[in-house]
Design a protein around this ligand. Structure first.
Ligand SMILES: [Zn+2]
Length: 127
């Protein structure tokens, strides 16, 4: 980008409301290396597929297709590791609890808070 303001918005209660006015409204067609742009435009398509599209003349791209590291693709393919089975189980209420602190959320809740703490009693499984 060239550090020009293209849109403005006012923040109100944690949300940005755009002012309905476009400052710049021109389209740009380029023949330089747009491999990453085409990768994103076509739903994060792979390099070989883009090369095939280029071979067929579907892309206005004169240079060799070379996609750089894409954070979205890496995150999309990552997985959470499973939790191992616990060997411990509680024999009475509040003997063993599970707690999860989460936040900050993008918007405040009705009480104006952005952090959440959930506690689950292992014995009763109640929140
Ligand atoms: Zn991608």
């Amino acid at each position: 980008m060239n550090n020009k303001v293209v849109m403005k918005g006012k923040r109100s209660r944690g949300l940005y409301f755009l002012e309905a006015k476009t400052v710049i409204g021109n389209a740009e067609i380029s023949t330089k290396d747009d491999s990453d742009l085409w990768h994103r435009r076509l739903g994060h398509v792979g390099e070989k597929s883009l090369q095939e599209l280029q071979k067929q003349g579907a892309l206005k791209n004169s240079t060799a297709i070379k996609i750089s590291t894409c954070d979205d693709c890496i995150l999309g393919k990552s997985q959470y590791l499973p939790y191992g089975k616990s060997n411990y189980s509680a024999s009475k209420p509040l003997e063993y609890i599970h707690a999860d602190l989460w936040g900050p959320s993008r918007t405040d809740n009705m009480g104006g808070e952005r952090w959440f703490l959930s506690i689950i009693d292992d014995y009763s499984r109640k929140l």
